[in-house]
Design a binder for this molecule. Structure first.
Ligand code: ATP
Length: 218
């Protein structure tokens, strides 16, 4: 009998910049679900979308600084190396190829992303590739926006954590993670208006922001 493979999760985001609203709930999620490894995937933002203020290299650098010396986290910059839009489903297909069909894979999103999941490219293929691990986020509805989406959620939801380890994909886990009321938008706004952000993101990231002159008051 071969050894069971440990659940591995991916966490995509713009990370403009990465903050405690990302790091704290993900750390709690790892404890809740027995996750050993979380790979952060900074997104390539397609040209027709509002562009991040930081460059792709700066966003990746901030992620590196935020997770330095933390063995739970790794970073994968493959989406930044593409010049086409980085659809999550394509990245998951590539990772599935690399890691094999038996590897349990989770993709971490916040509650806000769950509510708009039906707008994602080929969203109905996601659960064939991974589990969705959903972190709570203050200010967002718990009910899905349509009865079809709610039905989809009720069909795929599990409350048995063993399912996430025993199956390679196919379940939605609604985590009981702490509600951390922080967004990158709020941080950019505070930095633009010269407000203190010490409690919102790691000091190493703040130091980098200052050194690079990012999100400066106008
Ligand atoms: P912005 O304010 O620029 O839109 P953001 O703070 O929402 O950015 P993203 O990088 O866009 O951060 O988010 C990446 C992922 O992290 C998304 O799935 C989002 O739902 C989740 N997320 C971001 N902030 C939080 C938070 N405070 N609590 C839970 N999930 C979060």
């Amino acid at each position: 009998m071969s050894e069971p493979l440990a659940l591995h999760a991916l966490f995509g985001g713009t990370f403009d910049p990465i903050h405690f609203g990302h790091l704290q709930p993900v750390t709690a999620l790892a404890q809740e679900t027995g996750l050993q490894r979380v790979t952060l995937l900074p997104n390539n933002v397609p040209p027709h979308r509002p562009q991040p203020e930081a460059t792709a290299a700066q966003r990746a650098e901030m992620v590196e600084l935020a997770i330095a010396n933390n063995p739970l986290f790794a970073v994968d910059t493959r989406e930044l190396q593409r010049d086409t839009p980085s659809w999550t489903v394509d990245t998951l297909e590539a990772l599935r190829q690399e890691q094999g069909s038996r590897q349990p894979l989770g993709f971490i999103i916040g509650q806000d992303s769950l509510l708009s999941l039906h707008q994602w490219h080929r969203w109905q293929d996601l659960l064939g590739l991974c589990h969705l691990l959903v972190m709570q986020r203050p200010g967002y509805a718990m009910q899905m926006p349509t009865t079809e989406m709610q039905h989809w959620l009720d069909t795929h939801r599990t409350t048995n954590v063993n399912d996430l380890h025993a199956q390679p994909s196919g379940f939605v886990w609604l985590a009981e993670t702490p509600q951390v009321d922080i967004s990158a938008t709020q941080i950019r706004h505070r930095l633009h208006t010269g407000e203190n952000c010490n409690h919102l993101l790691p000091q190493q990231v703040l130091d980098y922001i200052q050194r690079q002159g990012l999100y400066r008051p106008a």
